[in-house]
Design a protein around this ligand. Structure first.
Ligand code: ATP
Ligand code: MG
Length: 297
């Protein structure tokens, strides 16, 4: 069974889509089949992976409305082991149209169920709202990854999200875990960043990811080229930090899951470089060798 990770924070512009695209790409580059589902009517993950706007293409809206099968919605990307279910701005209608529907919070979970055997990771990019779309993602997910910026009132900003996670656990999805909290657009040189990090560490403990994502222009440029950062500029700090985050998340998985993962991953141990031109074959040499991962399992 694959692991479904929702990337969520109701605050806008905190790096959800950048994290969803680059995390999913890093999993795929580690040679595990990965699916990115764009659950946001803004469709930034869709365009960020180079798909044009196309109202006729089957997208997440059709999936939620039961008008298409997940197989019909899958699109390939420039990474061989990454697929996407795209979005379109008409997805905004689902928020209203689903209000009266049966199992309205379970639509995405039900739709993705047949795909869970085929993908090791399914990453859900959520909109900046605690609406029915985000609710569907949190009900479909095994875990939520929360990107946030190191700001002064950081904790207050996400209390509403954490309350929502609690409510979902109490009713709709008791298994929902917090995969981690990841600091984005991080500038470690500032005192404020350090203070906020200390506070978040006290609050979240191990859930605060050790990997932070620096502010990096390559991460902001890559979507306009329709590419994840590891294809646009694999040596950039941005691409490298998401590869590290993927590795950290893989290492956090229960041991049975990571053992299975290691069998599937062909780990590139000879230190060969990531080749931007060899897009589809790009590998993540930083994923640890099996023996190294064993200790953490
Ligand atoms: P929304 O809430 O609108 O969906 P979001 O949370 O998905 O936004 P992003 O779209 O990922 O946030 O990022 C917001 C903006 O910041 C984008 O222009 C993106 O390119 C830029 N950005 C994100 N992360 C970084 C980073 N680490 N370094 C530089 N720019 C970044
Ligand atoms: Mg977004």
């Amino acid at each position: 069974m694959g692991r479904v990770i929702a990337v969520a924070n109701q605050k806008g512009g905190v790096g959800k889509t950048t994290s969803a695209i680059n995390l999913a790409s890093s999993f795929a580059a580690a040679e595990v089949n990965t699916l990115l589902v764009d659950c946001d009517p803004q469709s930034n993950a869709t365009s960020g992976l180079g798909l044009t706007k196309d109202p006729d293409r089957i997208n997440t809206y059709h999936l939620l409305m039961g008008a298409a099968s997940p197989d019909e919605a899958l699109q390939t990307t420039s990474l061989e082991q990454l697929w996407i279910i795209p979005s379109h701005k008409n997805l905004i209608g689902a928020n209203l149209e689903l209000v009266e529907a049966d199992r309205r919070e379970f639509r995405l979970r039900d739709a993705l169920a047949p795909l869970r055997e085929r993908f090791r990771f399914i990453v859900l990019d959520c909109p900046p709202a605690l609406d029915l779309l985000t609710l569907n993602a949190l009900v479909a997910a095994d875990a939520v990854l929360i990107p946030m910026q190191a700001e002064y009132f950081a904790l207050e900003g996400i209390s509403e999200l954490l309350d929502t996670v609690e409510r979902i656990r109490a009713g709709l999805n008791p298994e929902l875990a917090i995969e981690g909290v990841v600091l984005t657009m991080f500038d470690e040189r500032t005192n404020l960043a350090q203070q906020v990090t200390d506070e978040l560490k006290r609050y979240f403990g191990e859930k605060l990811c050790a990997t932070t994502i620096p502010r990096n222009i390559r991460l902001a440029e890559a979507p306009s080229h329709g590419k994840p950062a590891l294809l646009y500029d694999p040596r950039s700090k941005g691409a490298e930090s998401y590869i590290r985050l993927a590795k950290e998340i893989i290492e956090r998985q229960p041991s049975a899951f990571s053992h299975q993962l290691m069998e599937e991953m062909s780990v590139d141990v000879d230190g060969a470089d990531l080749q931007p031109a060899a897009g589809a074959e790009a590998k993540v040499e930083e994923i640890p060798a099996a023996t190294e991962m064993d200790k953490t399992a």
